[in-house]
Design a protein around this ligand. Sequence first.
Ligand SMILES: Nc1nc2c(ncn2[C@@H]2O[C@H](COP(=O)(O)OP(=O)(O)OP(=O)(O)O)[C@@H](O)[C@H]2O)c(=O)[nH]1
Ligand SMILES: [Zn+2]
Length: 375
Amino acid sequence: MAAQTRAPGSEKAKKLKKREYDEDDVRIRPGKGSRPRTRIRPAHEEAVSGFVVAVDRGRYTCLIESEGEKGRRRKKDQLEGATMSGRVVVAMKARELGRKGIVVGDRVALVGDISGMANTLARVVRVEPRTSMLRRSADDTDNTDGIERPVVANADQLVIVTALADPPPRPRMIDRMLVAAFDADIEPMLCLTKSDLASPDELVSLYAPLGVPYVVLQKGATLDEIRERLRGRISVLVGHSGVGKSTLVNALVPDANRAVSHVNAVTGRGRHTSSSAVALELPDGGWIIDTPGVRSFGLAHVSVETVLAGFPDLLEGSIQCPKGCNHLSEECALDAWVAAGHADPARLVSLRRLLASREGTPDDDHPVEPESPSG
Ligand SMILES: Nc1nc2c(ncn2[C@@H]2O[C@H](COP(=O)(O)OP(=O)(O)OP(=O)(O)O)[C@@H](O)[C@H]2O)c(=O)[nH]1
Ligand SMILES: [Zn+2]
């Protein structure tokens, strides 16, 4: 997959809008004209469109959406359309797609046996252009294999789930996730859980000024606000073990466990699926994509510029930096900027740790991947 955007000083990559240098993107048919008349694949006009809800070892679990419902689900459709009410079809990748990756959140064209009956297998013949791609590197300094690993396609929101206590919040991890969101062209949102155990004030005062939206939650309290923010959108949930992500997912999607085991039953692959991303349809419309096996994002594939863009409060200060500044050396202008009171010193520390980590210095907020799924 796209390995060319290795971080340091990739001038070319940074000039382009992220989604344009995604070589996984097929840009043959922009828009959603209903009659693709491309010379390239006239054979697949009869294909139906599906939404990839789970991926497991070469099997793609897709939901075939009802006619006329291409984009987001409208509220009205929902009422009768409960979770996973569409037809669930398991598919394999058509040979013509070659090594092209298909990930959860992809919209695909399906042919072949789309009955969804047991032991049938459809074929994915096309992956529609993506609106976003959340990626990670296995490590910050990983340069051994494909480097970038696409995680989820087409998400429009990254929900960073952080407990206010037990486990204690880790701002540097939040910063890392914010960079990943920025890199992916996805709006970040903070979801602060366990507010019965500690006050959100400190974290809120750190991140609200950056324009990062947030919700504060505690078990058993109302979910109205977060429901509103998730409605009609595709949101990826990330968070460390124990922050209350499962508690939240189960509260938002009362059917979550059933939906996941349904996916597992269809793929016939047992609980393995629970270690990769699964898209769950929200009762009010929209999707949440739970990522149990993904707890951190290595950022080797992200340029220095993109990392800095994830720190909007420091960005302005970097204008004074010498050209090509790595923001780690003495001539970096950010020290003076922070010393002059323009930004919180902790933010510069966080930025530097992240940048240093990409240069090979271990970052204790960046656990080695993959973590084994637990509890
Ligand atoms: N005090 C308090 N505890 C909570 C709250 N939400 C969840 N918990 C508890 O925190 C623990 C972890 O919650 P989970 O929902 O399993 O957390 P998780 O993030 O899914 O963790 P993994 O399952 O390990 O991935 C459980 O014991 C929950 O009961 C909350 O709002 N307040
Ligand atoms: Zn600098």
